[in-house]
Write a protein that binds this ligand. Structure first.
Ligand SMILES: Nc1ncnc2c1ncn2[C@@H]1O[C@H](COP(=O)(O)OP(=O)(O)OP(=O)(O)O)[C@@H](O)[C@H]1O
Length: 331
């Protein structure tokens, strides 16, 4: 490998500084990810939250180096497990994917090949990264299927994806992500299309497995409620930027950014039952035409003329940062 392996600093697994992914389109430059920084420790669970179009999926795809043309990605620093990801060859990146970092997509058919039986796909996924026999790869597949709560796993192994329900297909896709015990899993809203009860079960099982194996997890969602009980830390994204980040308790209990206040107020609770739910006024601005300064200012109840200048992401408490000129807990 021609990549630089730095001395792994403590238990830091992912160190991203100034990540930008821009799409150069006919209409102009879409700044889908605009200079974000993320640090993830081994075994840590991070919730990446924001409305549709805020750049969450593109952040995940960028880390996996799966951004298609016309997307261009660059970073000031992009280290994973001591490896400088920007120095990896396409082949080295391919080796890393599925072995050390894996992604669970919104739609399981992104992972599953419709014309191959589940056992063929799982055995191939194990053998792509390990010199083991078919028998050993099959045993590993069976073991992981049991871990993700698949009933009658022996039978499921012998079927094609279309014989399974949507929930079952997503569990298989999750099992494939877990097959090679990666150090990091990026889950991109994998439960959104599923029934709420199944969503809860899958979420609980993935979290439990990650805790057991020390796997770090980035759970991407538009639903702050989902990650509030699951994540160690939460990063809130808006218009391609991280606008607030902190421990889950800091975000839920002492949010500083008006956008985070809005997301929290939108969470249904027993108190809102039968009442209209709060909605953040307006909609996400086009990334082609963002307002000058703070991108949230056109929808913000605290906006002043000062917000026409860019606010920096600043510490408000140890491990808690927000980018707002008028940061503070909700009155
Ligand atoms: N190939 C592309 N060309 C141009 N713009 C793109 C492309 N792919 C994504 N984008 C834009 O990048 C922005 C961020 O998209 P992204 O999918 O990351 O949002 P998201 O927060 O994950 O939303 P969702 O929850 O709807 O998936 C959007 O404005 C999207 O239109």
């Amino acid at each position: 490998m021609n990549s630089v392996r730095a001395m792994p600093a403590s238990d830091l697994l992912l160190d991203v500084q100034g990540l930008k992914t821009y799409f150069h389109t006919r209409e102009g430059v879409v700044k889908a990810v605009d200079g974000i920084s993320l640090e993830i420790r081994q075994g840590e669970i991070l919730g990446l939250v924001g409305e549709s179009g805020s750049g969450k999926s593109i952040t995940g795809f960028s880390l996996m180096k799966l951004v298609d043309e016309p997307g261009r990605m660059q970073a000031d620093r992009l280290y994973f497990n001591g490896l400088d990801l920007q120095k990896l060859s396409p082949d080295e990146y391919r080796q890393l994917r599925g072995r050390d970092m894996a992604m669970i997509f919104q739609d399981p058919s992104t992972t599953l090949n419709p014309v191959l039986r589940i056992d063929t796909q799982m055995i191939e996924a194990v053998q792509a990264h390990n010199r083991v026999s078919r028998q050993a790869a099959r045993a590993r597949s069976l073991d992981v299927l049991k871990k993700v709560g698949i009933p009658s796993p022996e039978e499921r192994l012998t079927v094609y994806p279309h014989h399974l329900s949507g929930g079952m297909r997503q569990r298989i896709a999750i099992a494939i992500a877990l097959l090679n015990s990666p150090k990091l899993i990026i889950a991109d809203e994998p439960t959104t299309a599923l029934d709420v009860t199944i969503q809860g079960q899958i979420l609980y099982e993935v979290q439990k497995l990650c805790r057991e194996t020390g796997t770090a997890l980035i759970w991407i969602t538009h639903d702050l409620a989902i990650v509030s009980g699951l994540a160690d830390r939460i990063a809130v994204m808006y218009a391609g930027r991280i606008v607030e980040t902190g421990m889950a308790s800091q975000i839920i209990g002492a949010a500083q950014h008006p956008y985070t206040h809005g997301l929290i107020s939108s969470i249904p609770s027993v108190h809102t039952r039968g009442h209209d739910l709060f909605q953040i006024p307006g909609s996400t601005p086009s990334l082609l035409n963002l307002p000058k300064g703070c991108p949230f200012r056109t929808r913000c109840y605290r906006a002043t003329a000062q917000c026409e200048l860019d606010p920096a992401l600043e510490a408000v408490a140890p491990g808690h940062e927000a980018s707002c000129w008028h940061k503070g807990v909700q009155a």
